[in-house]
Design a protein. Structure first.
Length: 429
């Protein structure tokens, strides 16, 4: 990997980690907002859904803007927008301002994935390794971003923590502004054209072309794959948004097991064991992503999806009884949940690749992020509503509908694929 590629990989990796650090610090803060502000879980779930929804909805226009403005410019704008949003969040006097700040964060963050993936695909000579490093960096943000937030909350109030989370963003922007790299190095090296020659910035993208490409993309198989992705997104967001608060209902005080600090100290007052169990769950998810990727190389991805979704139904239904059984069973259930939840990602990504043409792969992943992050954001509102009208057990039973439907769609897609294969391979009569 040459210097240009290393610069791009480092820039996109750090940016990817920052995006997911912000994304998954929000559930940690939700548990605090429920105590600090006079708000129900239903209201706060709807507020969080606004930001998470815009995070997904902006993926399609984000991809178009990346082609027009360049990925570096758009990623810098993304980082700046997220930083400003969290500064606004730190000043929030109430839930309305929190909603505005999270909405601004969602709009800014939405452009990252199409921009970052586009930059790697056009600027890095060894794309496979670059995508692997990029994914690993995102996993670091997913797992250790909430840990950083929880650790900072031991010393600072949540408003100061929101401000401190802006610092990595400022550093990343400084790096981007002082480092030179060629966004189209891999394209020109392959004999293609650079960005300025490939894109005519004076002509707007044709809506008719976009609609034609979209209609061609949405075969029955691709539509079923989108249904699978949507079920994953709804379950992912619905499960993770209030999970720290739910875990807090079942976890005993840490001093029941070990004496970390004086029970009357300020640190003891701010320390919540649920935040660290939540972080551990997300960390185990890194292993789930690795295993899911390996499984997708060895068996049909739709088969893997059906099995993992089905397993998630069992774990979700059994979660509250397991959590009520004590610390050991709660930790076991949490570990299984984290492992299975993140094992889905490489499986559905492989499924999308199997059911979309290479020429429309970028558009297909734009729709994927729209379904997973955009429509999937409604899962937070659904979970918040369920928690406000029923018990925690009832909420988990309701959320179990999503992986059940995901398994069903995956089975239908798998059977349709086998049927199509038999038809294509049968001799003419």
């Amino acid at each position: 990997m040459n210097d240009n590629s290393r610069s791009i990989v480092f820039f996109t990796g750090v940016s990817h980690a920052i995006v997911h650090t912000y994304e998954l610090s929000i559930p940690i803060l939700v548990a605090i907002w429920l105590v600090e502000f006079p708000v129900t879980t239903a209201t706060l779930g709807a507020v969080v859904s606004i930001g998470y929804g815009l995070f997904g909805i902006g993926a399609l226009p984000g991809g178009v803007l990346a082609d027009r403005l360049g990925s570096r410019t758009l990623i810098i704008g993304c980082l700046a927008g997220m930083g400003i949003s969290f500064l606004l969040l730190s000043l929030a006097p109430g839930v309305v301002t929190i909603a505005i700040a999270l909405a601004a964060w969602g709009i800014a963050a939405s452009v990252y994935h199409p921009s970052g993936l586009s930059l790697i695909s056009t600027g890095v000579d060894n794309r496979g390794s670059a995508f692997a490093y990029h994914g690993m960096a995102g996993n670091i943000g997913i797992a250790f971003g909430p840990l950083l937030t929880a650790l900072l909350l031991l010393t600072f109030d949540w408003r100061m923590v929101a401000r401190l989370l802006v610092i990595p963003t400022v550093v990343a922007i400084g790096y981007a502004l002082t480092t030179e790299f060629d966004e189209a190095a891999a394209v020109t090296a392959d004999g293609g054209t650079d960005r300025s020659e490939a894109v005519d910035d004076t002509e707007p993208m044709s809506l008719s072309t976009f609609l034609v490409d979209s209609r061609a993309l949405f075969t029955v198989g691709f539509a079923l794959a989108m249904a699978v992705v949507m079920m994953n997104g709804l379950f992912y967001r619905g499960m993770l948004t209030f999970l720290p608060d739910v875990l807090d209902q079942f976890l005993p005080p840490i001093t029941d097991y070990i004496q970390l600090f004086d029970p009357d100290s300020p640190i003891a007052e701010e320390f919540t064991l649920s935040s660290y169990v939540y972080v551990a769950l997300l960390t185990i998810g890194i292993g789930g992503q690795y295993v899911g990727g390996k499984v997708s190389d060895r068996i049909p991805s739709t088969t893997g999806l059906a099995v993992v979704f089905g397993s998630l139904v069992v774990v979700t239904v059994a979660f509250v009884p397991a959590a009520s059984g004590g610390l050991v069973t709660l930790l076991a259930a949490s570990g299984l949940l984290g492992f299975l939840l993140f094992a889905l990602q490489p499986l559905y990504q492989a499924t999308i690749a199997d059911h979309s043409p290479p020429g429309d792969r970028g558009l297909s992943y734009g729709y994927t992020y729209l379904m997973s992050f955009g429509i999937g954001a409604a899962g937070a509102a659904i979970a918040g509503f369920l928690l406000s009208v029923t018990t925690t057990d009832g909420t988990f039973l309701g959320l179990a509908v999503f992986p059940a439907l995901g398994s069903f769609f995956a089975i239908v897609l798998s059977r349709r694929g086998r049927s199509t294969h038999r038809t294509d391979s049968s001799p003419d009569t």
